[in-house]
Design a protein around this ligand. Structure first.
Ligand SMILES: Cc1cc2nc3c(=O)[nH]c(=O)nc-3n(C[C@H](O)[C@H](O)[C@H](O)COP(=O)(O)OP(=O)(O)OC[C@H]3O[C@@H](n4cnc5c(N)ncnc54)[C@H](O)[C@@H]3O)c2cc1C
Length: 413
């Protein structure tokens, strides 16, 4: 363990059998993007240096980084990849920079380059330049990251739920479906519902759906994020790589109830800003999330660490969740690799302080933005100001794109 990092494997030419074929496979709804030879093996002898629970961006990147440090890694996800996920699907400049530093820029190759964000409040709208990001469906993005982890030697189990067990004789037990396995370290990356995080009182819930390309009004052109803000929440719309329109929202629970459902709530918010209607939007199969803003009871314990959304989350208006997830994965890897060699409570403290430094400060900024959005008057005032003086948005956009990449990768290995 902790041997020098091997060079990052480069993607195979011609798109590679796996990574390059992700977008079509995702659209076709294939059961797995991985070749059968990569799926053999199961839990094996039941003992690993590291088990990673959850294969979203946080888990897949952490598993890969641990494998690159010489650890034997089992990555478990309750879903099969490619799988959709309620998300705005915008990978911002900071996330792109983190991926570049990890040698993973190519996973974004099929993404749509983003130019700007159009924010609507009441009948006012402002366009703000937002370079550096791409939109990419979560089916394609997450499956590509999982493939990269497997290429580095990570063993993958799909379609199985995992649960953290108790510490036992220098290891931690993990229940993987019906089986019990042991690991020197467990990384909990199971998203919003993971790690028993406590929702903030009055937190909004998330919602999302994807609209087929032929139903999308031309108004919603590629390269622009459309953000409609309203009384009961906000709705973001963006074209992804195959022309479909990803729709992701955050709503007050009472608003959803009053409107009669997630789809009707989205139509109400879009109606407030007067943008073209997406016909049949309310009837599509909307998916909801648990309360969004939540704080983890603990970020780590004996032989386990929580990362990504499982370590706490704030409403997604600024679209940084994947940047935080990737930054937390890159930051935890050296700490967890050291913990594999020898457990010491100092590793827990190291992660708590790194999380505070790399993610916590950014989440506080996002929390303040989410509070401003609760006031329609304030939101309209901000949108009117930005409309008149778009230059005012520049420092915010620069900060968003800079984000935590440098801080996370500055952590000593
Ligand atoms: C409405 C909305 C819009 C958003 N828009 C954006 C955006 O535009 N840009 C952005 O960067 N972020 C956005 N986010 C945030 C982003 O989606 C998350 O921050 C990001 O997905 C976190 O990654 P993660 O790996 O921590 O968790 P996830 O991506 O949630 O992955 C967790 C994985 O764990 C698996 N899992 C859960 N429990 C178990 C278990 N017990 N056993 C095994 N597997 C398990 C799940 O199947 C899942 O694959 C948005 C979020 C919402 C709700």
């Amino acid at each position: 363990m902790n041997q020098p990092l091997p060079p990052t494997p480069s993607p195979k030419k011609g798109g590679g059998e796996r990574a390059g074929s992700l977008a079509p496979a995702a659209s076709a709804g294939a059961s797995s993007v991985l070749s059968p030879s990569l799926l053999r093996g199961g839990v094996g002898e039941g003992f690993y240096d590291a088990v990673v629970i959850g294969a979203g961006p946080a888990g897949a990147v952490a598993a890969r980084e641990l494998a690159r440090r010489g650890c034997s890694v089992l990555l478990v996800d309750k879903s099969h990849f490619p799988r959709p996920k309620v998300c705005g699907c915008c990978v911002n400049g900071a996330a792109g920079e983190s991926l570049r530093r990890l040698g993973l820029s190519h996973v974004l190759a099929n993404g749509v380059q983003l130019r700007d964000v159009r924010i609507g409040a009441g009948r006012h709208a402002a366009s703000v330049k937002l370079p550096g990001g791409v939109s990419l469906s979560r089916e394609a993005f997450d499956a590509a990251l999982v493939c990269e982890a497997v290429k580095c030697g990570v063993q993958l189990r799909e379609g199985v739920t995992a649960k953290l067990g108790e510490p036992n004789a220098g290891t931690r037990e993990v229940f993987v479906g019906q089986e019990s396995v042991r690991a020197k370290v467990v990384v909990v990356a199971s998203g919003l519902s993971g790690n028993d995080a406590m929702p903030e009182a009055g937190s909004r819930i998330g919602a999302g759906v994807v609209v087929a390309a032929d139903l999308v009004p031309p108004f919603f052109g590629p390269g622009t994020i459309f953000m409609a803000t309203g009384r009961g929440g906000y709705v973001g719309l963006v074209r992804v790589e195959d022309g479909r329109l990803d729709v992701a929202a955050a709503f007050d629970v009472a608003f959803v109830k009053a409107q009669g459902g997630l789809g009707l709530a989205a139509e109400a918010v879009l109606g407030e800003v007067g943008w073209p209607r997406v016909l049949g939007l309310a009837e599509l199969p909307w998916k909801g999330t648990p309360a969004l803003t939540r704080r983890a009871k603990a970020l780590a314990g004996e032989r386990w660490f929580a990362i990504g959304d499982a370590a706490g989350y704030v409403e997604p208006f600024t679209g940084e969740g994947m940047a935080w997830a990737i930054a937390s994965a890159a930051t935890i890897a050296p700490i967890a690799a050291r913990a594999v060699q020898h457990w010491d409570d100092a590793h827990r403290r190291a992660w708590e302080s790194a999380h505070h430094r790399v993610i916590g400060q950014r989440q506080r900024v996002c929390w303040v933005v989410s509070r401003v959005l609760r006031s329609p008057t304030l939101t309209t005032a901000v949108v009117r100001t930005l409309s008149a003086l778009p230059i005012l948005s520049r420092p915010v956009v620069r900060a968003l794109n800079r984000s935590s990449a440098s801080r996370s990768h500055g952590t000593p290995v």
